[in-house]
Design a protein. Sequence first.
Length: 578
Amino acid sequence: MIPGDYPRPRLYRSSWQSLNGPWEFNFCEDCSRTPLVVLVSAPCQHTIQVPFAPETNASGVEVTGRPRKFFYRRQVDLPANVSGQRIVLHFGAVDYVAEVWIDNKKIGSHSGGYAPFSFDLTPVLGRKRHFSLAVTVTDETSAEQPRGKQAEQEPFACWYTAVSGIWQEVWLEFVPEVAIESITARPGPDSGTTGFDVRISRPEEALTLSMEVSLGDAAISRREFPVSYPVLRVPLELEDAQTWSPATPNLYYVRFTLNRGNEQLDSVETYTAFRTIALRQDGLYLNGKRYFQKLILMQGYWEGTGYTPPDSGGFERDIQAARAMGFNGCRMHMKFEDPRFYYAADRHGFLVWEEAPAFFHFSERARSAYLKMWVDMLRRNAHHPSIVVRVLCNESWGIGEVAVSAEMQNWLRELFQLVKEIDPGRPLVANDGWEHVISDIITFHTYEHTPEALRKEWQTARKNGRCGIERKVLWITGSPPKHLPWVLSEFGGITYLRAEDSSPSWGYQDVPPHEEALKVRLRAIFAELAQLDGLTGWCYTQFSDIEQEKNGLLYSDRSAKIDPAWIRSLVADFDPGN
């Protein structure tokens, strides 16, 4: 079993060292004229707790505004038992441009706020067992950077405190010279077939690779393969394979061991699952069974810790809280989440719509950054069974003229086709909410809070192809295709406050004065949803309050506004058994 707190669950190796914790830290309000080699050796004025962003309370820094440049530094002592192994430095995510220094020598850089990156430190360190690690970060307030719901300055409405710098795990991995470098799963056409491409750092005739497969505590199979090429194509075929679904989230754990004769050189673990996805006019089918999607909008923000959960159990607690309220999945809104979130979703059978963070100025630079981000994320997240739908854009954010711009329409079609070619097995939504150019699902958004208004919105969308306050067109090139399923991918958004809460708040429409009034409104909306003919899924906004946006079913500290069992009774009326 792969530990739930391991930073890279898709490829687990037991020899690693976390670099989370206190780091030296400096702001640099005007360091454009200062050589970086001077900055990384300068005295530090602050201490920051990694991996919390400097804007958060948990970081110990809690900066306001948007710093453009700053840096981190810490001293690292390697364990005594890693002699002869490669030392690999990993970053889960750093927002936005990171430059990495070892003992005041720059070893590399990375651009992008959501993708992992790593450096092999072995050639730099030589025999050193102690070294200085520094990271300089530049995070411009650029509308061309993908940043999703991060406010450029002060938070307002549905824009939240920005995230800069290191916000995911930093860790060292100790890797043998002859090692398993990577594992890429290759889903087969049938439920019980899959395979892996296993890359070996240095193939030799004397090497063998063993594959052991288990389900729970039960060993399923063991096979051995000669290592003759840098990449081995390893098949896995199981009779009577147990499928993955929210009701039965079966994960098969696979351990690969690299041997030279009787000597074990390396051992890593991954996992796979068997499930099929199909779309029909009447909805999503998992393993040949129609599955009504009862989703909750999640945004991956925590009180006091921002983009980063307060501890490694935060992802699991959120998923369990959503399941307790009856939801079988989420739309992860405008954020590529930490890999441990998807692993928790895989283990708990929680469906995920994976949605990219938007940029806000359509340009060549923005499109290039967006494409790179998508390719990186497809590589990282390709094989999570919980991810059932991907969303390229939301509500035309960053492509505001898409309804009339041939350039934006063509770019969206090209990105859609590219993602489909890289990952053909999942449904894809190009622009969630309205103004569809191309899509596998017709999605629309409405925040009407009465049954009558919600019914009218549904009828207008179905008959006239328009929705929302601004009556946005649903399908730019004409009527929506009749063979596609319909999903109400945002609705609800009812603000509800604690009686003593006098802080600024933002939400949709009026605020129920007490809990019973909130229940009345929710009961009426969900009863109306059950009457909408042709609806194959929905996503309620939202899981929890975030800063000034207070329309969650939970408060920002994750305490419940209403008894979760009461909410579950509403949600359970949709497609019993799912």
